[in-house]
Design a protein around this ligand. Structure first.
Ligand SMILES: Cc1cc2nc3c(=O)[nH]c(=O)nc-3n(C[C@H](O)[C@H](O)[C@H](O)COP(=O)(O)OP(=O)(O)OC[C@H]3O[C@@H](n4cnc5c(N)ncnc54)[C@H](O)[C@@H]3O)c2cc1C
Length: 533
């Protein structure tokens, strides 16, 4: 009999023996009658400050004893042995090999599934492979040398390569998530990501996993081309006939478009090809940096120095008032660094990343305020669905200029930001070396500024002990999610205008984040292979 048991509580430094002991006690059975213990999920409970934080586990265990175990529905249930996920094979005739565009999480997982199914996909990526991209990104951060085709946002691994590598998953499709995580583990990620409630990889480890993932795609018959940019899609009678990649035509009847939401030229090209697009809401704001020790103290109290806890995270929200909007913290990077991001000359945005150890002295998070389509002024001569892009670009240009026009991030102490006064200086101790003191007042619309000023002190108050004088504000966060949706046929996942064109991942406007983008690509590939797409 296989049993699933929730709420197994063990100390942070537990051994397999400790887990077995607690399970046996809970089931009121002998330890020797239990076997094959699998931890399904693990989260830290640090709510009580008067006792050390503990792990709360969900486990599965095999039981062979004679006495029936104590079952309590929802806490201890009989379950089934897990079924291995079947390898999907193509059941449709393949005339031309499918083309996948973009080697971010969505494109890589799509290409892998198509290759494993024997379809020999061609994966094209405008940026460079990881090994070449890393020095390019360093040159951008250190010397402001921007390569518009290969940078923090473009290149193998996509926007996720220089990221925190948080694997936040909202999907209910546990088996697909498991498959994605197992693929990452097979490529070098820690098996802890299979069980942790808040799995994290870190940019240093991602830089090893992504080339291994590419290697797997090639081993099972896929082809990967770097510095290869999709320039055009060709369709006849509403059906895809081929794509143009860096001047070369490729005949295909299936193109999986995983170009992310920074590839604004792709949206413009699709708009010219009459592919249905619509503007969608997103969020903008600033990124705050705080001493990590204050966050740890606020979350873990006197246990903050317990090394097995790692750097603490937070999630904060604020509902808004009558003349303000709501605000929420986003993409918190404990023990991380604030980074400058750009994929076009003269436009600058900020974000956060971390390494696997999350051991840097600062934590950072975006503080975002939603913007709706009503906020985007229509631009003359601009496709109406792309007005959100023009809106983003205006604030990215303003940030670039406020930072001194050399890709330094404009930054201001929180106290001055709240008071609206000119900055005297910014702290020498900070994570982002290339930052310039600037008044952030005009770098976002007045309603967003008003909301941030009202919300931030109230939100930070929930982190007991955080000193507002120690907080640094970087501008601006403009690319938290896509401002455009490439409208899909809900039944097939294809573009509503071009059969055979599959917009997937974050750039499609239907997903956000590493996991949901990867899963979106896997779903599209599975559906297409089965002949349903
Ligand atoms: C700094 C940073 C930190 C982040 N941290 C996290 C995090 O911790 N957790 C999380 O879940 N999410 C995080 N994100 C968001 C996450 O990276 C994205 O949601 C995810 O990468 C989207 O995956 P994607 O494959 O859809 O698109 P992308 O990752 O954007 O990949 C798109 C790829 O397409 C390529 N491309 C674009 N146009 C073309 C073209 N015309 N021809 C060929 N190739 C093209 C690009 O070069 C790029 O490599 C972070 C993002 C950033 C920028």
């Amino acid at each position: 009999m296989r049993l699933r048991i929730n709420q197994i509580i063990v100390k942070l430094k537990y051994t397999p023996g400790d887990v077995l002991h607690v399970i046996a006690r809970r089931l009121e059975v002998q330890e020797q009658d239990l076997g094959n213990v699998e931890i399904l999920r693990r989260s830290i409970d640090a709510r009580k400050k008067d006792r050390p934080p503990l792990y709360v586990l969900s486990v599965e265990v095999s039981y062979e004893g004679e006495t029936p175990p104590a079952l309590t529905p929802g806490q201890v249930d009989v379950t089934q042995e897990p079924e291995p996920r079947p390898v999907v094979r193509a059941t449709r005739p393949i005339t031309h090999r499918p083309v996948v565009v973009g080697a971010g999480p969505a494109g890589l997982m799509t290409a892998l599934m198509l290759a494993e199914a024997g379809c020999r996909p061609l994966l094209v990526e405008r940026g460079a492979q990881t090994e070449t991209r890393q020095p390019q990104v360093k040159a951008f951060w250190r010397q402001a040398l921007l390569d518009p085709e290969s940078n923090v946002l473009y290149g193998e691994g996509g926007a996720g390569l220089f990221s925190d590598g948080k694997l936040t998953a909202r999907s209910k499709d546990r088996s697909a998530i498991r498959h994605f995580f197992e693929t990452l583990v097979a490529c070098g990620a820690s098996p802890d990501i299979l069980i942790d409630a808040e799995p994290h990889i870190g940019s240093d480890v991602l830089a090893e996993i992504i080339p291994a993932l590419r290697q797997r795609i090639v081993e099972v018959g896929g082809e990967v081309q770097f510095n290869a940019r999709l320039d055009d899609v060709g369709a006849e009678d509403g059906t895809l006939r081929g794509v143009v990649v860096s001047g070369t035509e490729h005949r295909t009847d299936a193109c999986f478009l995983a170009t992310g939401h920074s590839a604004r030229d792709v949206y413009h090209m699709l708009g010219q090809r009459a592919v249905p697009l619509e503007a969608k809401p997103f969020a903008i704001g600033v990124r705050l940096e705080l001493p990590q020790r204050r966050i740890d103290w606020a979350q873990y109290g006197r246990w903050a120095l317990e090394s097995s806890l790692g750097s603490a995270s937070f999630r904060l929200t604020w509902k808004g008032g009558h003349d303000t909007r709501s605000c929420y913290s986003f993409c918190m990077c404990p023990g991380g660094i604030v980074i400058a991001c750009a994929s076009s000359e003269g436009l600058l945005t900020t974000n956060g990343m971390s390494f696997s150890g999350r051991a840097k002295p600062f934590g950072n998070a975006a503080f975002l305020v939603p913007v709706s389509v009503k906020d985007f002024p229509q631009q003359e001569g601009c496709h109406p669905a792309l007005s959100g892009i023009a809106f983003q670009e205006a604030f990215e240009r303003a940030a670039f200029e406020a930072g001194g026009s050399d890709y330094s991030l404009p930054a201001q102490r929180l106290a001055e930001f709240l008071a609206g006064t000119n900055p005297k200086d910014i702290p020498v101790e900070r994570s982002c070396a290339r930052a310039t003191p600037a008044n952030l007042e005009t770098l976002l619309p007045p309603i967003i500024m008003r909301t941030l000023r009202r919300a931030i002190p109230r939100m930070l108050r929930k982190l007991n002990g955080v000193n507002l004088e120690e907080v640094l504000v970087y501008a601006t966060e403009t690319r938290s999610s896509s401002p455009v949706r490439i409208v899909r046929n809900p039944a097939t996942g294809e573009s509503l205008g071009v059969r055979g064109l599959y917009p997937i991942g974050e750039g499609s406007g239907y997903t956000g984040g590493i996991v949901s983008s990867a899963l979106d690509g896997m779903n599209a590939a599975t559906r297409w292979l089965a002949g349903n797409g």
